[in-house]
Design a protein around this ligand. Structure first.
Ligand SMILES: Cc1cc2nc3c(=O)[nH]c(=O)nc-3n(C[C@H](O)[C@H](O)[C@H](O)COP(=O)(O)OP(=O)(O)OC[C@H]3O[C@@H](n4cnc5c(N)ncnc54)[C@H](O)[C@@H]3O)c2cc1C
Length: 226
């Protein structure tokens, strides 16, 4: 009798994807473009990346749109981190091992039409928002980005008037201060939907600020990186 072998749910296919380009946006932040794995994904989802000959892997939000022919990620090199210093050494023509897509940090499109969709990020938490921005051009986005220095406004040129930076360590951006200071200072339309992505402390604080302003917890969606 034939044996039926089922694959455990947590094992997904591994795709070997060739690196097409690596762009260093600042001393510590880089964007990798690679051949798209043979799967569909929804903006806001992430993939798991590992390197040949290394057992470690890490999650990265997909930064490119659902229709893009290639895939992009945006990575911050963590000082003393294990994986990001290795990923930073990747060169054009190398291969990444990709699993995915994973996650539910996604937009309910039909429910989002005619509402203000507020995307709030710190640092590389802007990555899934770039994907959403280009996948859903009909949605009314406002993108609020917490950064330390103005050169971290990686996608300002693409987001144009939809983008506002909150720069904590220098002037010359749109708002001088932390993203939480900015949110304290403004009122959002009552029916806004919020997506928060980045470090856990920001997410916790912004979540509390929004609910204290009267926004329903069910209108707030979050993705914490660390
Ligand atoms: C769903 C999900 C999506 C993610 N998407 C992205 C993404 O698009 N881009 C991205 O750069 N990272 C992303 N991350 C974080 C990423 O998975 C790694 O944790 C990060 O790249 C650090 O890996 P490392 O091995 O270099 O550091 P590690 O050796 O794993 O960690 C060292 C320390 O650094 C802290 N740390 C982790 N990330 C950061 C950071 N960005 N800044 C400061 N300290 C940090 C950790 O908490 C830990 O204490 C995501 C995480 C999750 C859970």
């Amino acid at each position: 009798m034939a044996q039926i072998v089922t694959k455990p749910k947590y094992i997904s296919n591994i795709y070997n994807c060739k690196v097409i380009d690596i762009t260093h946006l600042t001393d510590t932040t880089f964007q990798i473009t690679f051949e798209r794995p043979d799967f569909k994904f929804t903006s806001g989802q992430h993939i798991i990346i590992s390197l040949d000959g290394d057992l470690h892997d890490r999650e990265y939000s997909i930064c490119s749109s659902e229709e893009d022919l290639n895939m992009k990620i945006l990575v911050k090199e963590v000082n003393g981190g294990y994986f990001t210093p290795l990923l930073k050494l990747v060169k054009k023509g190398d291969y990444l091992k990709i699993r995915g897509p994973h996650g539910r940090f996604c937009i309910d499109y039909e429910n989002s039409l005619n509402k203000e969709i507020i995307l709030i990020a710190t640092g590389t938490g802007i990555a899934p928002f770039r994907s959403m921005f280009f996948s859903y051009p009909k949605l009314n986005f406002k993108i609020i980005h917490g950064i330390r220095y103005n050169n971290e406004s990686y996608y300002r040129g693409e987001f144009k008037s939809k983008y506002l930076s909150c720069t904590s360590r220098e002037g010359g951006g749109d708002f001088k201060g932390r993203v939480t200071d900015y949110i304290k200072s403004i009122k959002f339309p009552d029916n806004s939907i919020f997506y928060l992505c980045g470090n856990f402390d920001m997410i916790y604080e912004v979540n509390n600020l929004l609910t204290s302003k009267g926004h329903n917890i069910n209108s707030i969606f979050t993705e914490a990186y660390f």
